[in-house]
Design a protein around this ligand. Sequence first.
Ligand SMILES: *[C@@H]1O[C@H](CO)[C@@H](O)[C@H](O)[C@H]1NC(C)=O
Ligand SMILES: *[C@@H]1O[C@H](CO)[C@@H](O)[C@H](O)[C@H]1NC(C)=O
Ligand SMILES: *[C@@H]1O[C@H](CO)[C@@H](O)[C@H](O)[C@H]1NC(C)=O
Length: 476
Amino acid sequence: MPALSSLCLKPAALSVQSSSQVSPPLSAMLTPLLLLGVLLGLGAARYSPDWPSLDGRPLPRWYDEAKVGVFIHWGVFSVPGFGSEWFWWHWQGQQPPDQKCVDYMTKTYPPGFSYPEFAPQFHAQFFNPGDWADIFQASGAKYVVLTAKHHEGFTNWESPNSWNWNSVNTGPHRDLVGDLGEAVRNRSLHYGLYNSLYEWFHPLYLMDKKNGFKTQEFVMHKLLPELYNMVVRYRPEVIWSDGDWEAPDTYWNSTQFLAWLYNDSPVKDTVVTNDRWGAGCACKHGGYYNCEDKYTPGQLPKHKWEKCTSVDTFSWGYRRNMKISELMDLPTIIKDLVQTVALGGNYLLNVGPTPDGMIPTVFEERLRGVGAWLKINGEAIYASKPWRVQAENTTLPIWYTSKGGTVYAILTAKPPKPTVQLLQPKTSAATKVTLLGLPKPLSWTPIQPNAGLIVLLPELPCDLGQAWTLRLDGVQ
Ligand SMILES: *[C@@H]1O[C@H](CO)[C@@H](O)[C@H](O)[C@H]1NC(C)=O
Ligand SMILES: *[C@@H]1O[C@H](CO)[C@@H](O)[C@H](O)[C@H]1NC(C)=O
Ligand SMILES: *[C@@H]1O[C@H](CO)[C@@H](O)[C@H](O)[C@H]1NC(C)=O
């Protein structure tokens, strides 16, 4: 990464094109070309800072094709590792506080211990970005999203706007965002950053809040300079925005930021964003939709969406006292992934690393399990499209995806009999059925002349995972 730490943008300069900020000589060379492009009508569409314009931007193609991502919640909250990444709020923010958090602090830490004192204990001494990236690659994920800053406000990079409350000035003394990004990209995975708009205890934010969000001190002097800087430095291809819900998008200046991101930022052609850009935006505005955490639609949504969920069902951040019974097991994860993709979604699976920089081995095992399943069944997942029918309406959970003329029927439970009925596909004389992972075609018979079929299943190999994919060619 070029050292761009001097690029602490002042709000007044924010509307200036990024290219001229980064490299004036290059932009001077490019300008005539750009001008020519515009004159010839070759220029890409420019977006104006309003939702109708921004919502009309086509989603860069890589994202829908990727289907699977890994989400990482890592920060100072990983040090207490208790309850969830919301620990600080539950302990000292909400009224009344969570008694379990208060008791934990009383029992475990000296009297008067404050949350910022956890930061020096965020050592990350075993953090090896290459090892992490190897695990993510082995999981079959095509993108990785790291918390650059969660609601506690601590940045995992040297933000000039977060002095002494970032991973370079204290704790790990390391550019976690940059180091992981390099390793992730080296494995040809896309790299995204989670960024919380609000910060629970930032004095400027609390002041704006007291003013009913009629002032924008926090946005102009903290949030936006930091966010623009983060994009220019790290060029994230996903901006996973969060913490928006207390204030409207006009307070956050979200449409102005997104117009810059889509028109002039260094990632304007490849970046995708979610829908958390202000109260009321979720499921309505932005790039793809998250709607709510762990959102699962009942039927095929019209708009591209992503399900984010966590292996630890109680928390996104690391918990020192997590129990195996509180984690999603591998079959549950694979079922969830399959259903999500059949319904047109991407699946972003979260793990919480420890403060010393390890991915708990149980999370690693889950991720590698997903990867082993995708190695055989990924053909039905990556770059697939929802089919005309999403599921078989039977007791056995069967989900459909498609690619070109091929239809995939994914069985997420072992059928009780050695045959399976598929009522939806329309067969023809050319119909061919195979099980992904096995070379030989399977026998089948039509149920009606051209509607539905019964497939004779082979012994379903358990090492193929907890879900089996029938590949159907020559069906409609
Ligand atoms: C914020 O939005 C206002 C309009 O709502 C605009 O005048 C101003 O330039 C924007 N500032 C930044 C830094 O985007
Ligand atoms: C990853 O790093 C290795 C070693 O530095 C290099 O040879 C390789 O080309 C890199 N791969 C990518 C995809 O950047
Ligand atoms: C699913 O099956 C039930 C019971 O047989 C039926 O009432 C329902 O209409 C079916 N739904 C679809 C979408 O075919």
